[in-house]
Design a protein around this ligand. Structure first.
Ligand SMILES: Cc1cc2nc3c(=O)[nH]c(=O)nc-3n(C[C@H](O)[C@H](O)[C@H](O)COP(=O)(O)O)c2cc1C
Ligand code: SF4
Length: 646
């Protein structure tokens, strides 16, 4: 077999796993309001089991109803009533010979008062997390002892529910991690101070679980190989912790890294390549004899196989890869790697969860909605559907329509597919977008979809195709504000730079607008030796960019010495530069620049829509035309419209 190691059996304690693919814990907000495994969450996990995963670790699961709420609608292991729902989950996953662990969790100082009825959050020490910005109250010694019991009870509930093992969440800056780390544990009682005292909380939990659940009930501990915070756990300390946990009888270590304060390293944005943190897992694996699981931005089966072959890990954690494609393992086993829908590390999933919504995936609209989309009607009967535009919405629609037995014909005025993806892939470190383009290219080929490049859609050429329905995914065009001097030769749009139609070097350039496109275009320009300023009307740069993506970008923009000019409105373009107005003081200044690049967003390209609606009966408008939007919206609309077409 091609992936000999990846699909070889593995062992955690006495538990045998059918392969080395682990789905690490990922919060979903899909559980029932009382913490039970809802039909939605069971179906979501079932799809990953059906897709061939060897071990699924559930999302963060609550062990304390009072202060331990991690997200809304979260799995709980706090009461006997949760046993039955775990039984249902375990039975479902076991049908596919997939094992399941429950991840026991408490957020500690990374919690939110609004999730626990406005109470003050709790932690080992009253040290505020710089991200959540809520001051925790220090737990009393008795409360800590109580929490030890709650973790043990959680494990027993999981075991009684037929769950194969538990994972203690000792990473990502959550409560257990807070006890382990000298950065967050400044206690003076038996749970703080020197190494052994900082280990006491987790030690008592482990000893208790072994005692109550028996020595053969597997325990995994998720640890940070590095917190990446000054004064926190570094790799050397992590090795010490790993060895100590092994001595306590822990069966497997799941190595991750980072805390909320370094969250870019936990759930990495697009710029992080596969394997960037493999030194953490490898060093820990070399220090212990028990198996090691680790995530590592693992997206491709051959990369996963390499990590196993090189002895970096014993099990690969494929998180987002299995959100984007539930059949990640199955497709790899069957040699259909090119059919794996790739996770592009866009962070839409965690962004949505952070907003209090349910987990969603930008490239996989079915994710978390498996019950809703559980039956694809194959009733297309070869009816022709003309799709205008081979951007993400059009391509996704074409894919689903073809699977349904329709005959999609895609008209694309450019000579390549991808639409907006062909701009999104141009900035620095955005090559994961190419994975998505390649995926669709492959789907077009495999499903034998008729795609006509260099073809501008007109009413006449559409009529010639005699379509049953039309999907208009005609994209968007850049916004150019009607201000004085905007027609000047020195003004262009970000698209011109991204496409390479204009390639300035050594110039002084103002990029107007600090959305994702503005910031990325500024970076591209700065890397070409231009002196770049970003002008933003609002009070902060990148206010609409998801915070982890923004941190990542700002860090690099700083390295390239890009000047940030928030609260500045572009009033006019003049011969020597631009006139800006401070939005607070209304003071006007002239900034001398050679070039102005507009990155002010896009507006729908609706030119052909009214005529289409007049001429044809079934016209479905989607993608950027509906609301200039992101890849996630485009793919979702394409998918849904194609799924429900009658
Ligand atoms: C939406 C989302 C929710 C997550 N929730 C958890 C969680 O509940 N517990 C946990 O240990 N890690 C959580 N993580 C981190 C993942 O387990 C994993 O370490 C991370 O996504 C990096 O691996 P990947 O690149 O394979 O996705 C979450 C990640 C995502 C994307
Ligand atoms: S939303 Fe983006 S980062 Fe999250 S799983 Fe999907 S593609 Fe990956």
């Amino acid at each position: 077999m091609k992936y000999e190691k990846l699909f070889s059996k593995g062992r955690i304690g006495k538990l045998e796993l059918k392969n080395r693919v682990v789905m690490p814990a990922m919060g979903t907000s899909l559980a029932g309001s009382n913490g039970e495994a809802s039909s939605d969450i069971i179906k979501y996990y079932e799809e990953r089991a059906k897709g061939g995963c060897g071990l699924i670790i559930t999302e963060i699961t609550r062990i304390d109803e009072e202060f331990g709420v991690g997200v809304a609608n979260q799995l709980s292991a706090t009461a006997p009533k949760h046993i039955a729902s775990f039984q249902k989950l375990a039975r479902t996953l076991h049908k596919y010979d997939t094992k399941v662990f429950v991840q026991l969790h408490h957020p500690g100082r990374e919690g939110h008062g609004n999730l626990i009825g406005g109470k003050q959050i709790v932690a080992p020490s009253p040290i505020m997390c710089k991200v959540t910005k809520e001051m925790p109250r220090e737990l009393t010694t008795e409360e800590v002892e109580g929490l030890v019991k709650k973790f043990i009870t959680g494990a027993k509930i999981a075991q009684m529910g037929g769950i194969d093992g538990v994972e203690l969440h000792g990473a990502h800056g959550y409560l257990i991690n807070q006890f382990l780390s000298p950065y967050t544990n400044k206690r003076t009682d038996k749970y703080g101070g020197h190494f052994m005292n900082r280990m006491r909380f987790i030690s008592e939990i482990i000893v208790g679980i072994k005692h109550i659940c028996g020595p053969d009930f597997p325990i995994s501990v998720r640890i940070d190989g590095d917190e990446f915070v000054e004064g926190g756990i570094d790799l050397k300390e992590a090795v010490k912790i790993a060895r100590y946990l092994e001595s306590l009888g822990v069966d497997v270590l799941n190595v991750s890294c980072g805390t909320y304060e370094t969250s870019m390293t936990i759930i990495e944005p697009m710029s992080y390549p596969q394997g960037w943190k493999k030194h953490l897992a490898q060093t820990i694996k070399q220090a212990v004899a028990i198996p090691v699981i680790a995530v590592n931005v693992i997206r491709k089966p051959d990369f996963a196989e390499g990590l196993l072959q090189d002895g970096v890990v014993d099990f690969v954690g494929v998180g987002r890869g299995q959100l984007a494609d539930s059949a990640w393992s199955k497709k790899a086993i069957e040699g259909m790697e090119e059919e794996i829908k790739p996770c592009i590390s866009c962070l839409h999933c965690i962004e949505e969860l952070g907003k209090g919504g349910v987990l969603k995936c930008a490239v996989n609209p079915m994710m978390g909605r498996e019950l809703e989309f559980n039956h694809l009607q194959k009733d297309g009967a070869d009816r022709t559907v003309v799709i205008i535009g081979a951007g993400p919405a059009g391509l996704e629609a074409a894919r689903v329509l073809a699977l349904r037995g329709f005959k999609p014909i895609v008209l694309e005025r450019e000579n390549e597919l991808g639409g907006a993806l062909q701009l999104a892939n141009k900035p620095f470190l955005k090559d994961k977008i190419d994975w998505l383009i390649n995926y669709y290219e492959n789907q077009i080929r495999t499903l034998n979809i008729d795609i006509r490049f260099g073809t501008k859609a007109t009413i006449d050429n559409i009529k010639d195709l005699n379509p049953y329905a039309i999907f208009a995914a005609t994209g968007s065009k850049p916004i150019v504000p009607p201000i004085e001097g905007i027609q000047s030769e020195k003004v262009c749009v970000a698209e011109d730079i991204l496409k390479g139609d204009i390639a300035p070097e050594g110039e002084s350039i103002a990029v107007i607008g600090s959305g994702m496109t503005g910031c990325e275009t500024a970076e591209m320009l700065a890397m070409k030796g231009n002196k770049v300023s970003i002008v933003e009307m609002r009070k902060e740069i990148g206010m609409d960019v998801y915070k982890i993506n923004l941190f990542d970008l700002l860090k690099r923009l700083k390295e390239h010495k890009v000047e940030m000019l928030p609260s500045k409105q572009l009033l006019k373009v003049i011969e020597d530069g631009i006139v800006l107005m401070d939005t607070f003081t209304t003071m006007k200044t002239v900034k001398s620049v050679d070039r102005v690049v507009l990155a002010l967003g896009v507006q729908p390209n609706r030119e052909i829509i009214p005529a289409l609606e007049q001429e044809f009966k079934h016209v479905h408008v989607m993608g950027d035309v509906m609301a200039p939007g992101r890849i996630a919206d485009a793919i979702r609309q394409g998918f849904e419209k194609a799924y429900i077409l009658e």
